[in-house]
Design a binder for this molecule. Structure first.
Ligand SMILES: [Zn+2]
Length: 257
């Protein structure tokens, strides 16, 4: 490999250029590329009207989850988020001047007022709720067109602890109170820049009462009669399997699959 060839994450909207084996292409590095790891791995957007190179294809990122290891997905996740951040911070949010890319850290700096803009992540709690020894709460998102049942999740609000976010989201979305909230694991989720923070909790009291614009159906399901659950590779899948089958949510080798 010559020194100016890098492995490239090349994005077009929510899709990524990969070969037939879902591996990343190697390209000549450009000055405008965003370096993900030294200069060996870069990220860039596919330019408007730029042809797709022979042997490569655009594949939706969510689809790649099932073919990739956790570390591959986490690196892709970082690439997506950094590109999105750079795209959205071309101007200083303090004084409006055009920003510059910092040479040694992930920051967009303002040459006029010196304000630094760093990438932001949005913390989002996701909770697997159990009742008794063999029941799990699963809910169908009102925006989902399919028949998949997932977990209660939502963004952490300003000034709130993670545990408060778990209690508030659960109460808002399904009307019940939970207890014994315990941290499980986390997963960067680049749609657009979330950090999913996983908890388990136990049902305490209350009747299921759905927030209809968010949840179209929810119920406690026994472990042997689960509906369709989120796809393998998502933290929700790992959390549900952890509860019903005892598998680790994230083990030391960081494999979700
Ligand atoms: Zn400024």
């Amino acid at each position: 490999m010559t020194s100016n060839i890098s492995i490239a994450y090349i994005f077009h909207q929510q899709q990524l250029l990969v070969d037939d084996q879902f591996q990343l292409p190697k390209v000549e590095r450009l000055a405008s590329d965003l370096c993900i790891s030294d200069q060996q791995i870069i990220a860039r957007d596919l330019l408007e009207n730029e042809p797709i190179p022979d042997g490569l294809k655009l594949v939706p990122i969510r689809q790649l989850l099932q073919y990739w290891t956790t570390s591959q997905f986490e690196q892709a996740s970082k690439a997506i988020q950094l590109l999105e951040w750079r795209r959205n911070h071309k101007f200083c949010s303090h004084c409006g001047h055009k920003t510059e890319i910092h040479t040694s850290e992930y920051a967009m700096t303002c040459p006029s007022c010196r304000y630094h803009q760093y990438p932001r992540i949005q913390p989002c709690v996701i909770t697997v709720i159990t009742k008794g020894q063999n029941q799990i709460l699963l809910a169908k998102n009102a925006r989902n067109k399919n028949n998949m049942y997932g977990l209660i999740a939502g963004f952490v609000e300003v000034g709130e602890t993670l545990e408060e976010a778990v209690r508030r989201e659960t109460l808002e979305e399904v009307g019940i109170k939970v207890k014994n909230i315990q941290y499980l694991a986390s997963q960067p989720w680049p749609f657009p820049s979330n950090l999913m923070i996983a908890f388990k909790a136990e049902y305490e009291f209350g009747e299921l009462q759905l927030q209809e614009d968010e949840i179209s159906d929810a119920d406690f399901f026994t472990f042997d009669q689960l509906p369709q659950i989120p796809f393998k590779g998502s933290i929700a899948h790992a959390m549900i399997m952890h509860i019903v089958a005892g598998t680790p949510v994230a083990d030391d080798t960081k494999k979700w699959l």
